[in-house]
Design a protein around this ligand. Structure first.
Ligand code: NAD
Length: 275
C-alpha cells in the first residue's frame, strides 16, 4: 500500500497514517511490529520519550534498509522534562536513544501549566537549528495554542489530540485548519471502544470493510492524520488498507452523528499522571 501524505505548513510531507507504538514494551515484539509495518508500506512511526521504545524505533528503521529521508519519525517531550533548557536536554536524550541525526516531528506531549510555552520555544529553537523538520504540539486546546502563538515566531504545524467518532473535535479541527495546523488523531479507534458502535458496524457491512477500516477512512476523508496502534500483523496491514474505497457524504454524516464528546484519555484541561 502507498500511503498518501499531507503537506504541512512549511511544505514538509507527513504520511496520513503512521504506526503508533504506545505500550509496545516487549523489545522483540516492538521490533517485529515496526519492521513489518515498514515492509508493507508504513513510512511514519509515532513514539515518545514516555513510551521507552525510542531505541527500538531507531533500530527497526536502520534495519529496514529504507532511506532515512523516506521515514517520518515523531517523538515527544514528556511532562517532567518541560521548560526551555529541560526540553533541549530531553531532545538530546531522545535523539541519542533513536540513534538518528534528526527527528521529523517533535511535540510537547501535554500542555504543562506554566511550562508549555517555554517548552514550545525550545522546540522552535530545535527547528531553527534543523534538528527537527517540523515543530508541533500535542493535547493543546485552542486556548493553549493561543498562548503559544503569542510567544512563537514559527507556529506549531501539527497538533496531536484524542480524536475518534465518539470525540470528533469539530471545533478544534476548524480552529487548527484556520491556523494551518494539521491535526493528528491519537486513539483514532477510540482504543477499540468505537469498533463496537452499531452505526459503524452497519456502514462496515455496507461497504464490505471492517469497522477499523471505516473509522480510519472517516478520519482520512476529514483530512485527519492517524496513528493506529497494533502489534498484530494482520491488523497492521488491515489498518492501512483504506485507500481503495470511499465513504459517501451520507456515510460520513452518519459517523459524524455518533459523536458523544466522550474521551478514552485525559482532558488537556485536567490531567495528572502518577508516573
Ligand atoms: P487506538 O485507537 O490506536 O487503539 C488501539 C487498540 O485497538 C489496540 O488495543 C489494538 O489492539 C486495537 N486495534 C488496532 N487495530 C485494530 C483493528 N484493525 N481491529 C481491531 N482492533 C484493533 O489507540 P491508542 O493505542 O491509544 O492510540 C494510538 C497511538 O496514538 C499510540 O500508540 C500513540 O502513538 C498515540 N497516543 C498519543 C497520545 C498523546 O498524548 N499524544 C496518547 C495516547 C496515544
Amino acid at each position: 500500500t502507498r500511503i498518501p501524505s499531507k503537506t504541512l505548513a512549511n511544505g514538509v510531507e507527513m504520511p496520513y497514517m503512521g504506526l503508533g507504538v504506545y505500550k509496545m514494551t516487549d523489545r522483540e515484539e516492538t521490533l517485529q511490529a515496526i519492521s513489518k509495518a515498514l515492509e508493507i508500506g508504513y513510512r511514519a512511526i509515532d513514539t515518545a520519550a514516555l513510551y521507552y521504545n525510542e531505541a527500538e524505533v531507531g533500530e527497526a528503521i536502520r534495519n529496514s534498509g529504507i532511506n532515512r529521508e523516506e521515514i517520518f519519525v515523531t517523538t515527544k517531550v514528556w511532562n517532567s522534562d518541560q521548560g526551555y533548557d529541560e526540553t533541549l536536554r530531553a531532545f538530546e536524550t531522545s535523539l541519542k536513544k533513536l540513534g538518528l541525526e534528526y527527528v521529523d516531528l517533535y511535540l510537547t506531549h501535554w500542555p504543562v501549566e506554566g511550562k508549555f510555552v517555554d517548552t514550545y520555544r525550545a522546540i522552535e529553537r530545535l527547528y531553527e537549528e534543523k534538528l527537527i523538520r517540523v515543530p508541533g504540539v500535542s493535547n493543546h486546546h485552542a486556548h493553549h495554542l493561543e498562548k503559544v502563538f503569542a510567544k512563537a515566531n514559527v507556529m506549531p504545524m501539527v497538533n496531536q489530540v484524542e480524536l475518534h467518532p465518539y470525540l470528533s473535535q469539530e471545533e478544534l479541527r476548524a480552529f487548527c485548519k484556520e491556523h494551518n495546523i494539521a491535526v493528528t488523531a491519537w486513539s483514532p479507534l477510540g482504543r477499540g471502544v468505537v469498533l463496537k458502535d452499531e452505526t459503524i458496524s452497519k456502514i462496515a457491512s455496507e461497504v464490505g470493510k471492517t469497522e477499523a477500516q471505516v473509522i480510519l477512512r472517516w478520519h482520512y476523508q476529514n483530512d485527519v492524520i492517524t496513528i493506529p496502534k497494533s502489534v498484530t500483523l494482520s491488523r497492521i496491514e488491515e489498518n492501512i488498507s483504506i485507500f481503495d474505497f470511499e465513504l459517501t457524504d451520507d456515510q460520513i454524516a452518519r459517523i459524524n452523528n455518533v459523536n458523544k464528546n466522550e474521551r478514552v484519555g485525559k482532558d488537556p484541561d485536567n490531567f495528572h499522571f502518577d508516573f
